[in-house]
Design a protein around this ligand. Structure first.
Ligand SMILES: [Zn+2]
Length: 58
């Protein structure tokens, strides 16, 4: 139960899209390309090249 709280949330996302104070940023794992060095789809951003970053609070 509750295994997928948000279908839009990717492994590399730090915040749910639409979260106040969060913004989209380049995925550091793939450098925004959406692919890893070996050509596989980046698991952190799921190939989008972007992840949600929490802004502030730090
Ligand atoms: Zn990525």
């Amino acid at each position: 139960m509750n295994a997928m709280p948000d279908p839009d949330l990717k492994p590399g996302d730090e915040a749910v899209p639409g979260t106040p104070g969060a913004g989209e940023d380049l995925c550091e794992t793939c450098g925004g390309s959406g692919k890893l060095a070996d050509g596989k789809t980046c698991p952190e951003c799921e190939g989008t090249g972007r992840v949600m970053r929490g802004i502030g609070g730090g």
